[in-house]
Design a protein around this ligand. Structure first.
Ligand SMILES: Nc1nc2c(c(=O)[nH]1)N[C@H]1C(S)=C(S)[C@@H](COP(=O)(O)OP(=O)(O)OC[C@H]3O[C@@H](n4cnc5c(=O)[nH]c(N)nc54)[C@H](O)[C@@H]3O)O[C@H]1N2
Ligand SMILES: Nc1nc2c(c(=O)[nH]1)N[C@H]1C(S)=C(S)[C@@H](COP(=O)(O)OP(=O)(O)OC[C@H]3O[C@@H](n4cnc5c(=O)[nH]c(N)nc54)[C@H](O)[C@@H]3O)O[C@H]1N2
Ligand code: SF4
Ligand SMILES: [Mo]
Length: 726
């Protein structure tokens, strides 16, 4: 292929020797793109392309998807199980039998000595749904600890909690096709072009065709804010005030959908009374958006025949995360914008299978949106799995963010981490280090042997990655898509499903229960027990999913091809079939900038990197665009402190400090800085992470810091390279 200067030194990309294209689904973000991996004659992955007839991505991929096939040969993959007696000793390579025997016997020892809940399990949003379901069966039916959760508490917990409070169930009601029908799009705390590039492309195509207004609410001038019709640079952590005020204007000016409110909601009187207090002038003093803009946006939204809201971590990762989600739902309920084309509350999910864990992992309850608190659900699952129903706890246990303090307090003595790296991703790294040191036993099950959490592990279980195993992922719009096996795992690494099954065999009840070996057989169980539930998979099979290039649940006899939207009939999942309008008073409880710590610290992502960089840090074509940590700082603020572009500075919070390179940019306000989350021993040393009272999700986006000049620039540069590069 030839590019650019055709006559003088053209850039030549040699054709790749592809013998076979293999179908699979991207393992990074929740967009859910279908990928074809090109294999050469020796079965080596040499290239990738987006599948043209895939309904989500229509032939497109973002740069992470394009280079994803390189993870198969990346450095430091886990190839052999490792064990050791104490975490400061060197690891010994061992057999799978020995590593699994040790893990099982440590689980039993800890549970016998300290009680069943003294052993905790924290999983992820990044393994296959069949694996989630099997892990749930193992955790709930065999091991029987109630301290079982996922990293989704850092990510989607507020969305889940908000959907449950408003609609009576989790489950995003909208889809990407809503962009093709909407007349107004409000995007809150989401940087779609960098974090979900292909969803953004879908939005852009729809907007180019129909020219509807896009309003972006974000304290930072993101790429998304730059393409918006209106950018609302909100004061950090005050979205709830803005949303209450939008509702105030709508009700005050009689722009609400009375008929919809009357037929499909309860609680409107209490709700109206609360939002009366949030007139635009009062609200503007708190949220920093002027009163006229609030009125303008409220009118625009309410007068649009169909209006929708999307949001991501700017809402969820806040002390008002769950309330923020409910407030978005309130806005859409009072304007009749739920379940109709272009009118919806669509939470943009994060990890490739954050939805799969919500549907089937049993982290917060039992499979297919069943609850531990519900006797009928407990009976059904106990019978289905062949366990005693009284073996199940009667309410959910600790969230991830409460499991770590429980370790600190000595209540939890053993931990099993599956596909998550809390050493880098949890707030307050120094405290997490101290916490992990206290464990009597830590098992780390990860695809990479150099994941930071192994520093404290007693057993390392090397796992197969995406594309080295088979099963399904569910994306943001409830579309279930298939990951086909493209490649064998390296060395002796094994699929997570195999590891769960082998561990189950080491427990008495596990030997009696059914633990099918293949993902297709596990999928049969999921189909069966989801029949008649909201997340109904009963009309799907692996082959049908591949043929259709993904199917949106519910998929059953009524909807054999799946359904694009939920709640189209206005019947919700609360017992009375109505949605709740919930009054949400704003309580200002964040750590705020003050004289000692005068800057807001905001954190998030860049397009090239994935979370803690275990994957993208080793892929040359991604890492080279963003090789070192950096901090965005406003030039006006920097000049006051005498700080130059590209200089190293020390950033200090009440927790700890870090040394980092400064990038001067007006993307951030003079009283704010932004640091990407991707680098180890970096931003999460500083973050406080206060928890939302409903979802227990940390406020990663709001902390206070001060910035100090560093005189010895050379040492800072060397240290930076040693600690944070691969
Ligand atoms: N390239 C890449 N893509 C990813 C990921 C990745 O690591 N890399 N991770 C995936 C995952 S798991 C997730 S959860 C998603 C996250 O996707 P996003 O949520 O879109 O990404 P973030 O950068 O974390 O945060 C989004 C925005 O929230 C803004 N924000 C901060 N504070 C506030 C506030 O108080 N109010 C408002 N309204 N906005 C605020 C930030 O300025 C930021 O621009 O991305 C997914 N996609
Ligand atoms: N400051 C700050 N911190 C944040 C955030 C933020 O915005 N700001 N965002 C939070 C959010 S939204 C999220 S989702 C978390 C993410 O935080 P983590 O989940 O801790 O981050 P990852 O790097 O994605 O870790 C996943 C691990 O799973 C491994 N892995 C990948 N695939 C497989 C597999 O198939 N099997 C196994 N066994 N292992 C596998 C990878 O190698 C990697 O080590 O970070 C949170 N932390
Ligand atoms: S947009 Fe997300 S799912 Fe699609 S290729 Fe990029 S990382 Fe993969
Ligand atoms: Mo996330």
């Amino acid at each position: 292929m030839l590019f650019g200067r055709r006559t003088k030194n053209p850039i030549k990309i040699p054709a790749k020797p592809v013998a076979k294209w293999a179908y699979t689904t991207c393992g990074y973000c929740s967009t859910g793109c279908t990928i074809e991996v090109g294999l050469d004659q020796n079965g080596r992955a040499v290239t990738a392309r987006g599948l043209t007839d895939a309904p989500v991505n229509r032939g497109k991929l973002c740069l992470k998807g394009i280079f994803e096939f390189e993870v198969f040969n990346a450095a430091n993959r886990g190839r052999a199980p490792l064990v050791r007696e104490r975490f400061f000793e060197p690891f010994q390579e061992t057999t799978w039998d020995a590593a699994l025997d040790k893990t099982a016997s440590e689980i039993k020892r800890i549970q016998t000595t300290y009680g069943r809940d003294a052993f905790a399990i924290v999983s992820t949003g990044q393994i296959l749904t069949e694996e989630f379901y099997t892990l749930g069966k193992l955790a709930r039916g065999v091991i029987g600890t109630n301290n079982y959760d996922g990293n989704t508490t850092l990510c989607m917990a507020s969305a889940v909690s908000g959907y449950k409070r408003s609609f009576g169930s989790d489950g995003p009601p909208g889809c990407y096709d809503d962009f093709n029908h909407t007349d107004c799009l409000l995007a809150i705390g989401s940087n779609l072009p960098e974090q979900h590039p292909i969803i953004y492309w879908r939005l852009k195509e729809a907007r180019d065709a129909r020219k509807f207004p896009v309003i972006v609410v974000d304290p930072r001038v993101t790429v998304f804010a730059q393409m918006a019709d209106m950018h609302l640079p909100i004061t950090p952590g005050t979205d709830l005030v803005l949303l209450n005020s939008l509702a105030h204007v709508i009700l005050d000016e009689g722009l609400e959908d009375r008929a919809y409110i009357g037929a499909h909601t309860t609680g409107s009187a209490e709700f109206s009374k609360l939002v009366e207090q949030y007139d635009p002038v009062t609200a503007s003093r708190i949220c920093g958006i002027d009163a006229d803009t609030i009125r303008n946006v409220a009118r625009l939204y309410a007068k649009s025949p169909a209006a929708m809201t999307i949001w991501t971590m700017g809402i969820n990762q806040s002390t008002h995360g769950s309330d923020g989600v409910v407030a978005i739902n309130n806005l859409n309920l009072i304007t009749g914008n739920i379940g109709k084309p272009g009118g919806t509350s669509l939470s943009i999910t994060g990890q490739c299978n954050a939805m799969g864990t919500r549907e089937f992992s049993s982290c917060s309850g039992l499979p297919a949106y069943r609850y531990l608190e519900n006797e009928t659900d407990r009976e059904f699952m106990a019978e289905y799995w062949g366990v005693d129903k009284d073996f199940f706890p009667t309410k959910r246990g600790l969230f991830q963010t409460d499991i770590f303090p429980a370790i600190e307090a000595g209540k939890i003595k053993g931990l099993w981490l599956i596909a998550t790296n809390p050493m880098s991703s949890m707030p307050n790294t120094p405290r997490i280090r101290k916490t992990l040191e206290k464990l009597e036993f830590l098992a780390v099950q990860d695809a990479y042997a150099d994941v930071e959490t192994t520093q404290y592990a007693h057993a390392f279980l090397p796992a197969a990655l995406w594309g080295e195993k088979e099963g399904v992922f569910t994306n943001t719009e409830r579309r279930v898509n298939l990951v086909r096996k493209v490649m064998d795992p390296p060395g002796r690494a094994k699929p997570d499903l195999w590891i769960f099954n082998e561990l189950a065999k080491r427990f008495e009840t596990g030997q009696k229960m059914r633990f099918p070996e293949t993902a297709a057989a596990v999928f049969e169980e999921m189909r069966e027990l989801s029949k008649g539930r909201l997340c109904d998979y009963s009309g799907m099979t692996h082959d049908k999913i591949e043929q259709r290039r993904g199917i949106q649940w519910p998929c059953n006899e009524t909807n054999p091809e799946g359904a694009p939207r939920l709640y189209t009939d206005g019947v919700f999942q609360h017992a009375d079939g109505k949605a709740r309008l919930i009054p949400l008073p704003f309580v200002d409880n964040n750590e705020r900038p003050d004289e000692q710590y005068p800057f807001w610290l905001n954190t998030g992502r860049v397009v090239e990197h994935w979370h803690t960089r275990t994957k993208t840090g080793k892929i040359g074509n991604l890492n080279k665009f963003s090789p070192t940590p950096y901090m965005e700082m406003n030039p006006a603020a920097a000049s006051k402190l005498g700080i130059q572009h590209m200089e190293y500075v020390r950033v200090v919070s009440r927790r700890s400090d870090t040394v980092i390179m400064v990038q001067l940019t007006e993307r951030v306000a003079p009283d704010a800085v932004f640091i990407p989350m991707h680098f180890h021993e970096c931003v999460n040393r500083l973050v406080l992470g206060l928890l939302d009272p409903y979802s227990r999700q940390p406020a990663f986006k709001q902390s206070a810091v001060r910035i100090e000049k560093v005189t010895d620039q050379e040492t800072a540069a060397v240290r930076n390279k040693v600690v944070r590069s691969y």
